[in-house]
Design a protein around this ligand. Structure first.
Ligand code: ARG
Length: 461
């Protein structure tokens, strides 16, 4: 079993069945360049503690550079017999430097502290890409809000017409959870920026290597405080998977609305041809596949999180091989978001809104009934009575098959003496929206103020 990282105490090499089960190179090869970076840092720590001479260290770094170049160009790949990326790269290093020098690098480290460090490096890098892509979705939302400062749409609760709102207010309402997701990624990266390197298999090393040197070389803030925790904890991975799932869910809720808005019955939006798909049989179809895939992939992201949590649940300290199962789900979450987010941003940026239709539907379904009640309150009517009067007016309209704006002065007076013709001033959607001018309300001035706050928060994250 040449090139294996263990074997001296075994009479035979691993059975083919074990090797097939155990092998992880088909996914952990994604960590190969991080492994090399870890090796450079570890070689520095070995040299500064006197375990490598200056010449040896120089040769070591040159050998590692050569491996990195071959990995990048795709000429160095894991061999059939390699168990994992760490073993494969040690064999390759020995191939370049010979067994004497190549065999020195493993001193004072274990695959357990290595893998725990590399997965953090990988996630920190990809968290930056995901944050950048998420910011593009937020930018697209903000641009649409800016392009439609006055458009009014039906606001809904229970999916029923409730009160008119600005389209910009609604779009920004999807922006806020995404801004908080950005902030979650930022907060998470502070916790993730810890290096388990130096923890060895579980208990630390006898060699007196400098773990802060390794951490700094790898761009991580500090070494892990506890070698058992450093090698065995995966809460940082699970937390990342949670944030990824939540991003998926936040996109999915918006996706669901786009799918509904895109139906003939709603007709609120038209999707750009470049961001919609056709049907293989129905020539007329134009489907919202990006929104549907975003919604569908949210399920996958949730699955990755729950699978990982299930893996972690019963594990005793310290390292257990079960922990090898942390990588595929979280790699999948990364890859999923890295394809969903750019497509989603493009879909939002190119959406066309039928603002006339939205505005025409906004007052329907008696969505100004609350405005009538609040107008009555301003005339000194207790809200309890105002609610009754406005409700009676709605019933009357329903019986006559008319909207609130169609009622005559006689009908108003017939419902209540309090309903003078002046009530008409609140029976327009523009008046309704403008009057909701408390902090966080849908009045255009508040929505504008809110948008600048949203942009500030997004850029700060
Ligand atoms: N491939 C393992 C993982 O992904 C790291 C190797 C640790 N193996 C071991 N036998 N201790 O977690």
């Amino acid at each position: 079993n040449e090139g294996a990282l263990w074997g001296a105490r075994f009479a035979s090499g691993p059975s083919p069945e074990l090797a097939a089960l155990s092998r992880s190179t088909h996914f952990d090869w994604q960590l190969a360049l991080y492994d090399i970076a870890g090796s450079h840092a570890h070689a520095k720590a070995l040299a500064s503690a006197g375990y490598l001479s200056g010449d040896e260290a120089a040769a070591m770094h040159a050998g590692l550079d050569e491996l990195a170049a071959r990995i990048a160009e795709g000429t160095l790949v894991a061999a059939e017999g390699d168990e994992d990326v760490h073993g494969a790269l040690e064999s390759a290093l020995i191939g370049v430097l010979g067994a004497e020098l190549g065999g020195k690098l493993r001193a004072g480290r274990s695959r357990n502290d290595q893998i725990a460090t590399l997965v953090r490096m990988y996630l920190l890098d990809h968290a930056r890409t995901i944050a950048r892509d998420l910011l593009r979705v937020i930018d697209a939302l903000v641009a649409q809000a800016e392009a439609h400062p006055d458009a009014i749409m039906p606001g809904r609760t229970h999916l029923q017409h409730a009160q008119p709102v600005l389209l910009a207010h609604h779009l920004q309402a999807h922006g806020w959870p995404l801004v908080r997701d950005l902030e979650r990624l930022r907060d998470w990266s502070v916790r993730a920026s810890v290096s388990p390197y130096g923890g060895g298999a579980l208990a630390g090393s006898t060699l007196g290597l400098d773990p802060q040197l390794v951490a700094s070389e790898l761009g991580l803030a500090r070494p892990s405080e506890n070698s058992l925790d450093g090698t065995a904890a995966r809460d940082v991975v699970a937390e990342f998977a949670f944030i990824a799932a939540l991003i998926g869910i936040d996109l999915s809720r918006f996706a669901e609305e786009i799918i509904i808005w895109n139906t003939r019955e709603f007709g609120f939006v038209t999707l750009d041809d470049g961001y919609s798909t056709g049907s293989s049989i129905m020539p007329q179809k134009k489907n919202p596949d990006i929104a549907e895939l975003a919604r569908g992939k949210a399920g996958r992201l949730i699955g990755n999180l729950t699978g990982l949590l299930a893996t972690l649940k019963g594990l005793p300290l310290a390292y257990n091989r079960d922990l090898q199962e942390d990588k595929e789900p979280v790699f999948d979450s990364v890859q999923t978001l890295e394809v969903v987010l750019p497509a989603f941003a493009g879909m939002i940026a190119t959406l066309r809104f039928d603002t006339e239709r939205m505005a025409a539907l906004a007052p329907q379904g008696f969505s100004l009934a609350t405005d009538v009640a609040e107008w009555l309150v301003k005339q000194g009517v207790p809200f309890r009575d105002a609610h009754e009067i406005s409700g009676a007016l709605v019933t009357l309209c329903e019986q006559r098959g008319i909207e609130l704006s169609d009622v005559s002065d006689e009908m108003l007076a017939g419902v209540s003496d309090e309903l003078t013709p002046d009530v008409r001033e609140v029976l327009s959607i523009e008046g309704s929206v403008a009057s909701r001018d408390g902090v966080g309300g849908t009045a255009p001035t508040r929505v504008l103020e809110q948008r600048s706050e949203l942009i500030t928060r997004a850029q700060a994250a």
